[in-house]
Design a protein around this ligand. Structure first.
Ligand SMILES: NC(=O)c1ccc[n+]([C@@H]2O[C@H](COP(=O)([O-])OP(=O)(O)OC[C@H]3O[C@@H](n4cnc5c(N)ncnc54)[C@H](OP(=O)(O)O)[C@@H]3O)[C@@H](O)[C@H]2O)c1
Length: 321
């Protein structure tokens, strides 16, 4: 099985403001984490010294009104991270929901501030025009109304080397100017990661957000990211609910007294990934994060790894030229 340790810099997780080594994870973590809000407070440390929530709510395929509702439910349940994109057309509603929640004393019972919530969005298209990308980033900052974006990603490697590296330069300058706190990439394959790192980036890419779940384990991309201290963010961690009836998943879920969705989220957590399960339903988004009460054994992790069939649930730009 793959180790939960991503890299020398990502060897830690933070629980209740205490930084714990990942090596303590199996021995020490489970007994203190027994419900979803405890799991949701866990943060992963990144190569730049900052941290972000390990479980975040994915916002893909949510309408504006679904986003407004789901973000507020999620904040009440303890979620502290949200994954949007220019493409999802819900940056505005996500940001507004976060701001409304923070401002509403009745909902915000734990006195959350803006700094407690992590908001990600992504560049729709790489461009060879630096100015186009800078303006696009500013538009996202304005749309969400949160003052800054915690994590800004290149959504894909499409566009070729010049567009990728020019876009990255614009993101770096947005970090310098305080519009963005951290930067990363998404759907980058091995060659794209090597290309970016060979360009001596001024800002270290903290994550590569890729499709990864037991039905698509992405070992080559995980290895190159580990080599460069880039944490994996798992998208489609539930494989879009397409394999919940798989015999191995059903049997292991039964063994652990959990749902197939919880089993799959737990697999991403034990691999040390940041994970982005999406649900627009309150009951599901609460349950999907309630994964602190069981541990998948190494043998069962290996069984799950063995389910790899290279399943692509949406798109696969990782081998784009
Ligand atoms: N960077 C990229 O290119 C990229 C691509 C895809 C996704 N993403 C990110 O990753 C997030 C997650 O990926 P995803 O949304 O594609 O897939 P996912 O999280 O694997 O699965 C979401 C699907 O599963 C359903 N579902 C959720 N919990 C369930 C449960 N407990 N029981 C039964 N069904 C359940 C959801 O329906 P309901 O909503 O009706 O519950 C939805 O149809 C996205 O929202 C997005 O933020 C990024």
């Amino acid at each position: 099985m793959t180790s939960p340790i991503q890299s020398s810099h990502a060897n830690f997780f933070i629980f209740n403001n205490v930084q714990l080594p990942f090596s303590a994870y199996h021995q020490n973590t489970l007994h203190i984490m027994s419900n979803s809000s405890e799991m949701l407070s866990r943060r992963i440390k990144l190569a730049n010294g900052m941290a972000m929530p390990q479980i975040q709510l994915g916002l893909y395929m949510m309408s504006g009104s679904e986003t407004s509702r789901a973000v507020k439910w999620a904040l009440s349940a303890g979620y502290r991270g949200f994954d949007s994109a220019q493409w999802y057309h819900n940056e505005r509603e996500a940001g507004q929901a976060i701001r409304d929640f923070i401002a509403d004393a009745k909902s915000n019972t734990t006195n959350l501030t803006r700094e407690d919530v992590h908001f990600t969005t992504k560049l729709r298209e790489n461009s060879t025009s630096y100015d186009v990308v800078r303006k696009s980033i500013k538009k996202s900052v304005d749309a969400c109304g949160l003052g800054y974006i915690d994590l800004f990603l290149l959504h894909s490697p499409y566009g070729g080397p010049d567009a990728r590296l020019t876009s990255w330069r614009a993101v770096e300058d947005a970090v310098r100017d305080g519009e963005v706190k951290m930067a990363g990439v998404s759907n980058f394959g091995v060659d794209h990661i090597e290309e970016l790192m060979a360009s001596n980036p001024r800002v270290h890419p903290v994550v590569n957000q890729i499709e990864v779940h037991p039905f698509n384990t992405q070992t080559a991309i995980r290895e190159v990211c580990a080599k460069h201290d880039i944490v994996i963010e798992a998208y489609a961690p539930l494989a879009r609910a397409m394999r919940f009836r798989n015999g191995t998943i059903v049997a292991l879920a039964r063994k652990h007294g959990c749902t197939p969705a919880q089993l799959m989220v737990r697999w991403t957590i034990q691999n040390g990934f940041i994970t982005l399960p999406k649900s627009a339903r309150r009951d599901r988004l609460v349950a999907n994060a309630d994964v602190g009460g069981f541990e998948i054994s190494q043998q069962d992790m290996e069984k799950m790894d063995g389910l790899d069939e290279g399943l692509v649930t949406d798109w696969d730009p990782t081998d784009a030229p």
